[in-house]
Design a protein around this ligand. Structure first.
Ligand SMILES: Cc1cc2nc3c(=O)[nH]c(=O)nc-3n(C[C@H](O)[C@H](O)[C@H](O)COP(=O)(O)OP(=O)(O)OC[C@H]3O[C@@H](n4cnc5c(N)ncnc54)[C@H](O)[C@@H]3O)c2cc1C
Length: 396
């Protein structure tokens, strides 16, 4: 999602771009069952995808905007509510299948001949040079580039090839996902209940069902995965009791290990990292890929500025600007999620939690700050997320 977004943004800005991808995404099939992997895409990310040329086709397909976020801790009776109109937003975000985002972006980068596609192909090695880097692919193809971007996910071979170290912490938790139908259809609310083992989220889908992300300690998640459907539904019912009535249906389940990964630097030797290659955060606020889209927009902005100033786009001074900007943002988000997770997972912290929740409920400023950042529209957001167009950026 993130690499193809950057490839499109850069090629639309007049840069010459090659994209290396191991697997071509499968065509999106709107008749097929809703996929297990979905993302809450913020308004800022939607604007970036718009500039990348993919938002129109994404938003015309199966996706669901949500106007309310409801947060509970299972103890306090009154939930914490965030309503889009209160913050002058049309929606707080849109729940979209990852496969739809990937397929729409693929359509953009593979049409028009603006991006040189190497697919299926994989990185073999990178040899950084004084003025350019040489890249060898498994197919035997050789490329040279002023700048190499690693948008190759959490295990990033690019990051390893250039020797950037990472701080890795496993949460010993898995995020269990499934498509779930409740007695009453989801009215467009992203609902989350924090519980000692981890949060349970219901995200609204286009057909009134919800996509759940149930964070549990890894052993417990394996147990939940192994349950027969009826027993799982009973346990899910108990965990989400009261909200939208009984659980009436539940599709296949899958679980993903959760970790926090922070790269020590986002740049070295004419190479830069974006998306999960640079950082992985806990999914409890649905911010992972949104940070990645903001990286893509911020890097595009950085490179356009460098070009306007006549600078080498692979120069360390140019890339350090991106590094400082995005590392500060991603680390703030990662540690914010880390702190929230700790606050809600220890019963001993419940007095602190109650005070915190009460403060957030009462303070419009705190709510506003939180929401602006979650919507991808905070004060350090890239210009492309806040309404500036590629054309405006290119005019300087
Ligand atoms: C349970 C769960 C729920 C989540 N929910 C949300 C959410 O609601 N909102 C949100 O913002 N985020 C969410 N996230 C996080 C989000 O899924 C990730 O941040 C996002 O998928 C990362 O995208 P990416 O493009 O950076 O990396 P990836 O999706 O990992 O893509 C990497 C790409 O690189 C390719 N590749 C890898 N190695 C090579 C190679 N050697 N050569 C060529 N190509 C290669 C791969 O084929 C792939 O296409 C969630 C995560 C989890 C686990």
């Amino acid at each position: 999602m993130v690499g193809a977004t950057l490839a499109s943004l850069l090629s639309r800005s007049g840069f010459s771009v090659a994209l290396v991808e191991a697997h071509e995404p499968l065509p999106f099939d709107a008749e097929a069952e809703i996929g297990l992997r979905v993302s809450a895409i913020s308004p800022g990310s939607a604007a970036v995808l718009g500039q990348a040329g993919a938002w129109k086709s994404i938003s015309a397909e199966r996706c669901r905007p949500y106007r309310r976020m409801q947060v509970e801790d299972g103890v306090e009776l009154e939930p914490l509510l965030f309503d889009a109109p209160v913050f002058n937003l049309e929606s707080l975000g849109t729940i979209i299948e990852n496969s739809l985002v990937q397929w729409s972006l693929w359509q953009v980068v593979s049409s028009g001949g603006q991006v040189d596609l190497y697919c299926p192909d994989m990185l073999d090695k990178i040899e950084p040079g004084q003025n350019q880097s040489r890249i060898s692919l498994n197919s035997g193809a050789q490329l040279s580039a002023d700048l190499v971007v690693g948008a190759d996910g959490a295990a990033s071979p690019v990051r390893k090839a250039i020797g950037i170290r990472q701080d890795y912490r496993s949460y010993n938790q898995h995020g269990l996902v499934a498509v779930v139908g409740k007695q009453n259809p989801n009215p467009g609310v992203a609902w989350q209940r924090f519980m000692p083992g981890g949060p349970l989220a219901f995200l609204p889908l286009a057909d009134g069902r919800s996509s759940i992300v149930w964070t549990r300690p890894s052993i417990e998640a394996q147990r939940l995965l192994a349950l027969d459907n009826d027993t799982f539904v009973e346990e899910l019912d108990a965990a989400s009791s009261g909200w939208l009535g009984r659980v009436e249906s539940c599709g296949p389940r899958a679980a993903f290990p959760l970790s926090m990964r922070l790269s020590e630097s986002y740049t070295a030797h004419r190479t830069v990292l974006i998306g999960d290659a640079a950082h992985v955060v806990h999914p409890l606020a649905g911010q992972g890929v949104n940070l990645g889209f903001a990286d893509a927009a911020a890097l595009t902005e950085t490179l356009i500025r460098a070009r306007l100033a006549g600078n080498d786009i692979g120069a360390a001074s140019v890339l350090q600007y991106y590094d400082r900007w995005r590392r500060a943002e991603s680390e703030a988000m990662a540690f914010g999620m880390h702190a929230l997770r700790s606050l809600f997972s220890h019963d001993s912290l419940s007095p602190l939690r109650r005070i915190g929740l009460a403060l957030v409920k009462r303070s419009w400023t705190v709510k506003d700050l939180f929401l602006q950042r979650a919507a991808g529209l905070g004060k350090n957001a890239p210009k492309l997320a806040t309404g500036t167009t590629l054309r405006d950026l290119m005019r300087g």
